[in-house]
Design a protein around this ligand. Structure first.
Ligand code: ZN
Ligand code: ZN
Length: 168
């Protein structure tokens, strides 16, 4: 830890002025003496996630956590991308027209509901092809099906296509 800049608002003061968000940052800050930090400090402070299921400890610049545009949260929680009412596979399907509708129809997982997953989830869900000739069931990650570049389709249909293709 370098010495705090003499100028700039103190981190503790900033926390006290920023309601729930400030209270949480103050709770997560694991430096021995948070009052020595400034709000805009580039020093890497120690943090511990306040999420009960997480409790991850990591180092991040104070300024990265207090900035108003895209502040950094717990990296572990960010990786897990918790689903929410406005951010889940179901809302993604709703927002993606025909393609989303189709994915939702193909989704036939019994362990998880579409609203329990995110668009970029690594969870291997079960899918069932809608094509009458195919009806193939397979598992694939949600992320592999929703990505914008070369999303994964039905492997059964791929096989049928190859069979149908005239011999070269
Ligand atoms: Zn966390
Ligand atoms: Zn198929």
């Amino acid at each position: 830890m370098g010495r705090p800049k003499s100028s700039g608002k103190s981190f503790v003061e900033w926390c006290n002025e920023n309601g729930q968000r400030g209270a949480r940052l103050l709770l997560e800050c694991r430096e021995k003496d948070p009052s020595k930090l400034t709000k805009a400090s580039h020093d890497k402070a120690l943090w511990k996630c306040a999420e009960e299921k997480c409790r991850h400890k990591w180092r991040a610049q104070v300024s990265d956590r207090t900035k108003s545009v895209k502040p950094r949260g717990c990296p572990k929680c960010a990786n897990r991308m918790p689903h929410s009412k406005t951010n889940n596979f179901l809302t993604w399907c709703d927002a993606n027209g025909e393609r989303g509708k189709r994915l939702l129809e193909e989704f036939c997982d019994t362990e998880k509901k579409p609203e329990e997953l995110t668009k970029s989830s690594d969870y291997k869900a079960l899918w069932k092809c809608l094509h009458k000739r195919c009806k193939h069931e397979w598992s694939a990650t949600v992320a592999s099906r929703t990505r914008s570049v070369r999303p994964a389709g039905c492997p059964g249909c791929d096989r049928l296509r190859k069979k149908d293709a005239p011999d070269a």
